[in-house]
Ligand binder design. Sequence first.
Ligand code: CO
Length: 138
Amino acid sequence: MLTKINHVGVAVKSLEESIPFYRDMLNMKFAGTEEVVEQKVRVAMFEIGESKIELLEPTSPESPIAKFLEKNGGPGVHHLAYEVDDIEAAIAKLMADGARMVDEKPRNGAHGTRIAFIHPKTSGGILTEICQCGDGHH
Ligand code: CO
């Protein structure tokens, strides 16, 4: 069902302030920024081998990322994302196995992906995303 770690999601206050560490100090390949209106975030992606680091900046105080920053007392690791070939099948299997889902249906993620979150109650306190890459995007 899972094929690899697609990305690690990191909540930040400011993309502008956070990008230089990953791009210039760690020399990761910067894959650009994108706003995901649905989730009230701006996202910056960095490629590291077959995986990515996803920086998430809130665009509104109602953003789940704004709430995370407040609860966490600042920036930190927000979620882990595993890649799946077939997200509908993956959700169906998880639910059949008793997983509590934040998203029982896939929603749109950054860069043409379709994503769903597993509730941290099921995943041992770690917000866990499954994602299926969009057509034409790696
Ligand atoms: Co993510």
